[in-house]
Design a protein around this ligand. Structure first.
Ligand code: GCO
Ligand code: MG
Length: 402
């Protein structure tokens, strides 16, 4: 069998998604997500110019060899654009392999290790009463874990918080919007929010919080300590993680578990964090960390060091990425949690899929392959729209991490 065609599809059913669709000479198809929020066209061009010509005529069964060819063959290793492009190819090849075998991808990965994939939802409306209502809504829908974000008094906007949490979309304008940040205001406000939420919902609900790379290690340690009475499941991205050893400092001061990795692209971005046991959850995703093959390597390393998975699953990762993530989630021994923000109805229509949510769990598709596709005719009705992620400045105008 040979790869006869490779199509790069950019579509915007409410937000931009990049998809690679491979077609074999036998007429089998495989799909992979290549979406990199705010940088979609860079990955689309990388695939079209540098990857598709290499794929044509290759044997789709050779997943590992193709991965190595694209990684080592680029010479310029790692990086989000390269690794998202490789991820799309890898994911599409696993899809084809599943269809050839007549098995869902999780059966190729060793079969089920659990009955369902525990997910966390998002509560992120502005007022404190609004947050309590929103957490209650999720609990009523069966969620066992909820990420809580709060508007910070005195700041015009806050990361992760919108008037209507169900339509959260940070890449809202063609050029980067500007947000304002104050760490002192944030640190003064957040512990009180968790005090209220914990008091209202009791000890069983798992609570999470995302600091979105905004703190220094000692600020993060302070926050972690202040949150200890509310027993969070994790504090996410407390500091930017380029300096992996920074996490050692946080660890020395707090037992609040740490989750990191949505912006990681390879095992080398988290090798020190994992082997040093500096984190508790690794949040790398199929699309941004080199596909099913490479993410499984990261999870295998993590397993040796008591680190569990907690894959990124915001709505800027397409249903193809979510479908692939669920096959990994259900099969690996060290699954922790899966982020879940339901996509819009338009997105679900463009990407018909067999996974489903029920009572706090997502269930992967059981049809051969990934169990997800792209409706290309429908996708063509939603042309690409430039959209950028925001930037962030301190109150005095200094550029800060978003
Ligand atoms: C999360 C993330 C997202 C990112 C977004 C960027 O934890 O889900 O922080 O909300 O900000 O994916 O494109
Ligand atoms: Mg995050």
């Amino acid at each position: 069998m040979r790869i006869a065609e490779a199509r790069v599809i950019v579509t915007c059913p409410g937000r931009n998604f990049v998809t690679l669709k491979l077609v074999t000479d036998d007429g089998l198809t495989g799909v992979g997500d290549a979406t990199l929020n705010g940088r979609e066209q860079a990955v689309a061009a990388y695939l079209t110019e540098h990857v598709v010509p290499v794929l044509l005529g290759r044997d789709p069964a050779r997943i590992e060899d193709t991965w190595q060819l694209l990684y080592k063959g680029a010479y310029w290793r790692r990086g989000p654009v390269t690794m998202s492009a490789i991820a799309a190819v890898d994911t599409a090849l696993w899809d084809i392999k599943g269809k050839v075998a007549g098995l869902p991808v999780h059966e190729l990965l060793g079969g089920r290790s659990r009955d369902g994939v525990t997910v966390y939802g998002h509560a992120s409306v502005s007022s404190l009463d609004g947050i309590l209502t929103d957490v209650g809504r999720l609990v009523d829908q069966g969620y066992r874990a909820v990420r809580v974000q709060a508007a910070i008094p005195g700041l015009p906007t806050t990361y992760g918080v919108s008037a209507d949490a169900r339509t959260y979309e940070p890449a809202g304008s063609a050029l980067p919007a500007q947000e304002v940040w104050s760490t002192p205001r944030y640190l003064a406000h957040v512990p009180g929010v968790f005090e209220r939420v914990r008091a209202e919902f009791g000890p069983d609900l798992r609570l999470l919080h995302d600091a979105h790379h905004r703190l220094t290690p000692i600020e993060a340690a302070t926050l972690g300590r202040r949150l200890e009475p509310y027993a969070l499941t994790w504090l996410e991205d407390p500091v930017p993680a380029e300096l992996q050893e920074g996490y050692r400092l946080i660890r020395q001061h707090t037992t609040t578990p740490l989750a990191v990795g949505e912006v990681f692209n390879s095992i080398w971005d988290c090798q020190e964090l994992i082997t040093g046991q500096l984190i508790d959850y690794i949040r790398a995703s199929v699309v941004h960390a080199g596909g099913i093959s490479h993410l499984r390597r990261i999870f295998d390393l993590a397993h040796l060091y008591h680190v569990r998975s907690g894959s990124h699953g915001a709505t800027d990762l397409s249903p193809i990425c979510l479908a692939a993530a669920l096959h990994l989630d259900v099969s690996i021994p060290n699954f922790g949690l899966q982020e879940y923000m339901p996509h819009t109805a338009a997105t679900d229509e463009v990407f018909p899929h067999g996974y489903h949510y029920e009572d706090g769990y997502l269930h992967p598709s059981t049809t051969p392959g990934l169990g997800v596709d792209i409706d290309e005719e429908l996708a063509a009705r939603y042309p690409y729209r430039p959209a950028s992620l925001p930037v962030n400045r301190l109150e005095d105008g200094t550029l800060h991490s978003w």
